[in-house]
Write a protein that binds this ligand. Sequence first.
Ligand SMILES: Nc1ncnc2c1ncn2[C@@H]1O[C@H](COP(=O)(O)OP(=O)(O)O)[C@@H](O)[C@H]1O
Ligand SMILES: N[C@@H](CCOP(=O)(O)O)C(=O)O
Length: 326
Amino acid sequence: MPEQALRPVRGGQRVTVRVPATSANLGPGYDSLGLALALYDTVTVETADDRVLEFELSGEGADSLPRDESHLVVRTLDAALARLGYARSGLRLTAENVSPHGRGLGSSASATAAAVLAAAALVEPEDRPDRAWALQLCSEIEGHPDNVAPAIFGSLALSWQDGDSFRSVSAEVVEDIVPVVAIPDYELSTELARSLLPSSVPHHAAAANSGRAALLVHALTRDPSLLLPATEDYLHQSYRSSAMAPSAELIERLRAEGHAAVVSGAGPTVLVLAAGEGEAEEVVASVERFVHGVQDAEQGRESVTDWRVLRLAVDREGARVELYPR
Ligand SMILES: Nc1ncnc2c1ncn2[C@@H]1O[C@H](COP(=O)(O)OP(=O)(O)O)[C@@H](O)[C@H]1O
Ligand SMILES: N[C@@H](CCOP(=O)(O)O)C(=O)O
């Protein structure tokens, strides 16, 4: 069968996608639960009729990301357009990157979602797919749906896979939950963190994990007083802790104080789900005490971990797409 010719993307269009950062797993929700955070990357794609390829990158990765076809957003945009039966000509990409890279806050998922949603907006109106299509393609690219689903839909995403098909539903998180993140200055690639996991786990661990994952949905949507037991994980954190010792230590400290601290995504960022502003303040103070204590103890060693602590909000909207001209 001859390959179908790809339709050209019209030049002179501009699409802006604002996409939230995400925290996946949330303890026991490995590869299935994810929360959208009010920390946004903004990607603007302008199409042109000539062969131009220009980049204006600022923020995270501005000095290190490639400025050619291998850039994740360009690569993904091209793949998404091809899946829709289109090909672009020229492109100007403006990216204001806020989410830190390789820290477990879903930066690659945000970039992937931005590119796929931009592609979906740039094709002719009769060919524009819905967000379920975007979830499917983004999950195939990422290999797991737990970051891309909340990046696209916002709030708490509960995702699953049926054969080759990725699905997700959104749940509303109770108002008073405040996500606090402690971001260390070292990176850990998701690929490396996934390679540390065993191919199977004991049945009792799987059973315990199911109970906690179910409880977590209840705690996040109804009763935050259960967040500490609900965020206990049996599938991934212990296997990865050697690759993020300072984060594992901080989590142990915060949990001993009664705070629902977990590894954000594949790490090394620590996420705490605080039940209200009062607890969020306590968490920030506790992280600061830990950081200064650890830094004192580390003086004289080669590396001292630096941490950035952010008190965030849950994003309830998901990715926002604006197309000009409509
Ligand atoms: N906004 C972006 N633009 C281009 N590439 C990106 C962007 N965000 C992330 N990436 C790529 O993804 C990598 C990080 O992905 P990953 O290891 O999955 O960590 P994270 O937890 O941040 O998603 C970066 O090193 C970079 O190569
Ligand atoms: N379920 C995945 C989540 C990876 O999230 P990231 O933000 O670290 O990319 C995993 O635990 O590997």
